[in-house]
Ligand binder design. Structure first.
Ligand code: OOG
Ligand code: MG
Length: 273
């Protein structure tokens, strides 16, 4: 924890932050022979913290968290068995039914998500041991659920990264849209449909899945979130939005309409322009 280490971390955070602001890709940090720090998971979260701190320094407000790799398929793809957590800021929020400017992004993709709303300032030190979390009743910390979509936009070249890289890059967080909130209800195995209209980024695409792809039930993802937030000191506050993780693969986002429908929750749309 010397000053060189801190300087390297803030240099790497600046590299990712500059890439996001300039809409230019940057090579993998972990595979960069010039990066001298060992990019373990804790270091990667320290870089993410610094990336978020830089955004806050420009006046952005952190308004939630997003979970990644919560589907077994995505975990297997990455060869990992842990979820990742990133931060959502107000600058990433897109109004439901509204337009999102593609010029904000490098190579955006969109994916269907279930959103939850945190109902209390969560005391992460008061949750018992990790094992006890498996029985934790999420109603204690969450009061509403909504259909949502996430726009992911890796700052890395060709969207290719290692596990530590993507954590440092705030888990590719770039945009999100949340539909109408309903009082919290269980959605353990509900149909999810993402319809992406024909765009310059590709032909019309429909992706179908179910919420059970999210760790068997997105509420399990919330329990994993608590474990990870406690481990990495990520606060959860009243009113925060949580994206529980995509239930299908992401689709390239171009100019045109996109709709996500989740059985029992309704639908939400956005248009790339
Ligand atoms: C990382 C973000 C993954 C999800 O829902 O699983 C994610 C990426 O694929 O770029 O947001
Ligand atoms: Mg996602």
């Amino acid at each position: 924890m010397d000053t060189d280490w801190h300087r390297t971390l803030s240099d790497l955070a600046r590299r990712l932050d500059d890439a996001q602001q300039a809409r230019t890709e940057t090579p993998s940090l972990e595979r960069d022979p010039d990066v001298s720090v060992d990019l373990d998971v804790d270091t990667a979260y320290a870089i993410q913290n610094e990336v978020v701190r830089r955004r806050e320094g420009r006046g952005e407000r952190t308004i939630g968290v997003k979970l990644g790799f919560t589907s077994r398929e995505k975990m297997a793809q990455m060869g990992v068995d842990e979820i990742i957590v990133g931060r959502l800021t107000d600058a990433m929020a897109v109004p439901a039914g509204g337009e999102v400017e593609l010029a904000r992004f490098i190579h955006p993709k969109i994916e269907p998500e279930v959103a939850y709303r945190i109902s209390t300032d969560v005391d992460l030190d008061d949750l018992g041991f990790d094992d006890a979390l498996d029985a934790f009743d999420v109603h204690e910390i969450v009061d509403a659920v909504a259909p949502a979509m996430e726009i992911i936009d890796s700052r890395y070249v060709d969207f290719v990264f290692t596990f530590a890289d993507v954590i440092a890059d705030n888990t590719s967080a770039a945009g999100f849209v949340v539909g109408e909130w309903s009082p919290l209800r269980a959605v353990p195995d509900n149909a999810v449909t993402l319809v992406v209209g024909e765009t310059d980024a590709g032909p019309a695409t429909t992706k179908e899945g179910t919420t059970s792809a999210i760790l068997g039930d997105p509420e399990n993802a919330l329990r994993e979130m608590l474990r990870q937030c406690r481990r990495h000191g990520i606060p959860l506050r009243t009113g925060d939005v949580v994206l529980a993780g995509a239930a299908t693969a992401a689709v390239a986002l171009g100019a045109g309409p996109v709709t996500c429908a989740i059985d029992g929750l309704g639908e939400v749309s956005v248009r790339g322009v």
